[in-house]
Design a protein around this ligand. Structure first.
Ligand code: PRP
Ligand code: GUN
Length: 188
């Protein structure tokens, strides 16, 4: 695990080591297993691209008749700030009607993505919708004047200060998703 690294024009520092990530994901899995012990056919809906690493590790630790499906949303492009417009690149890959859905996110930051997806799943007739994320940035998510009543984020593995993070599925300009630890940008 390098203490610092460079990707393109940016320098990043180690933020969360691998072991802490694994432990945090296992805790989330335990809680979900408790909460969904009686559920019939719950669905883990993975938001591509970023959430696939987190969701893969989480899904392997879920008990019972869980299914997995995917949706692809994007709003960041190649930079470190949200465009504010969430584009649906691939709609949910399975029928959502009547399903108990857990959205799997890599990071909840402004919350634009998760709110857009929640609205879409509600319109599709989901029976229940919860959110699981590897990383939540509470200061950013809960302090938005345009959204005084944000959705609950039900399962949070890790929290972070408002800084751009890469690794474990999260990218900077397409790179860094394969890092096993989380790294924070240095020069913001
Ligand atoms: O809370 P928000 O501010 O909406 O940010 C969270 C979203 O940003 C990233 O997606 P991105 O648009 O970068 O696409 P990617 O998953 O393909 O990297 C990330 O994967 C989340 O889905
Ligand atoms: N890679 C990456 N994508 C994000 N999307 C929203 N916040 C972030 C972040 O901190 N890192």
């Amino acid at each position: 695990m390098e203490p610092t690294l460079t990707i393109r024009d940016r320098r990043f520092r180690l933020h969360t080591p691998e072991a802490a990530i694994h432990a945090a994901i296992s805790k989330v899995a335990e809680t979900i297993n408790r909460d969904y012990a009686e559920a019939e056919r719950p669905l883990l809906l993975v938001t591509l691209n970023g959430a696939f690493v987190f969701a893969g590790e989480l899904f392997r630790q879920l008990d019972g008749p869980f299914e997995v499906a995917f949706v692809k949303l994007s709003s960041y492009g190649s930079g470190v700030t949200s465009s504010g417009n969430v584009t649906v690149d691939i709609p949910p890959t399975t029928d959502i009607r009547g399903r108990d859905v857990i959205i799997a996110e890599d990071v909840v930051d402004t919350g634009n993505t998760v709110h857009e997806l929640h609205a879409m799943l509600t319109a599709c007739g989901a029976r229940s919708i919860r959110v699981a994320t590897l990383l939540l940035k509470p200061e950013t998510y809960y302090n938005r004047p345009e959204r005084p009543d944000p959705l609950p984020v039900d399962y949070v593995a890790l929290e972070s200060e408002p800084v751009f993070i890469i690794g474990y599925g999260m990218d900077y300009d397409g790179l860094g998703r394969n890092l096993g630890a989380l790294y924070a940008v240095c020069d913001e």
